[in-house]
Design a protein around this ligand. Structure first.
Ligand SMILES: [Mg+2]
Length: 269
């Protein structure tokens, strides 16, 4: 990641309050993926806000404010989560509710197995809270794979009485966690790997323009905010419905059968 010196001299680089895992400098391809609503079928923070917090209407309004640039993700997302804690739901109760309600994308296990077998690291880049992601991931893929998957996310501050709040990785950034900071250090390498990024929503806006191949999840009947953002901003991307479909493209790019440019030109995985 950026050195302390770079962070001080470059106002574009927000100071990270949390460490990053080391870069995969010896790999030819790296997968960076959003967690909520991308690797999982349902966004866990939306689920908490809708069922335990102030509800779907206010949340949706908040996301539209972020998409329109009138609110920052950091401030709006904090309010969503505060509404959950304010209703008396402890962090541990939230963890249990998520373990019972959050499911994996139907293709993710096969996608992950293929990546592992083909020396392609998979790193989760999330605006959610790492302890919740870790607990749900362990529940869904088992402790061994869960421990092997790196997570770059935000964290939580939990009080002894059970009240809790999100702690942002990049508190000075309007993104709270500026996901571009997980991609840009790869770009600075002398021989950078090809970066595949997977996302679905407003939390991925900070990463969208920096990946080599951007996969945007398309969910029937869902909000598809990242797709709307990329279309509006003219950011090349591939729509995908599940990780099985995405694997078809990733496999061909890794095998050298498809260039990054031609992959993006497909439009849909
Ligand atoms: Mg998401």
């Amino acid at each position: 990641m950026a050195t302390a010196q770079q962070q001080q001299s470059d106002p574009e680089v927000p100071v990270s309050t949390m460490p990053y895992p080391p870069l995969h400098t010896d790999k030819r391809f790296v997968v960076l993926s959003d967690w909520d609503g991308t690797i999982t079928t349902r966004d866990s923070n939306d689920f908490m806000t809708d069922t335990l917090g102030y509800g779907p209407e206010k949340r949706r309004q908040g996301n539209l404010e972020i998409l329109a640039g009138r609110e920052t993700f950091r401030d709006e997302f904090r309010r969503m989560l505060q509404s959950v804690s304010a209703n008396g739901h402890t962090f541990e109760q939230c963890k249990e509710a998520l373990k019972q309600n959050i499911a994996l994308d139907p293709g993710f296990k096969d996608f992950y197995s293929w990546c592992k077998a083909n020396d392609v690291p998979v790193v989760i880049i999330s605006s959610g809270m790492a302890p919740l992601i870790r607990a749900v991931l362990e529940n869904l893929v088992g402790p061994e794979d869960a421990a092997a998957i790196e997570i770059v996310a935000n964290d939580a501050v939990v009080q002894p009485d059970g009240r809790w709040e999100i702690a942002y990785r990049h508190p000075s950034s309007g993104f709270g966690h500026d996901k571009s900071q997980a991609i840009l250090p790869y770009r600075a390498l002398p021989d950078p790997p090809t970066i595949f990024f997977f996302g679905d929503g407003v939390s991925d806006m900070s990463a969208a323009r920096h990946a080599d191949v951007l996969f945007v999840k398309k969910k029937p009947g869902a909000d598809n905010d990242l797709a709307a953002y990329c279309t509006r901003e003219g950011i090349p991307h591939l729509l995908f419905e599940d990780f099985h479909r995405a694997l078809g493209v990733v496999r061909r790019v890794v095998a050298g059968e498809l260039s990054v440019r031609d992959a993006l030109a497909l439009g849909t995985a």
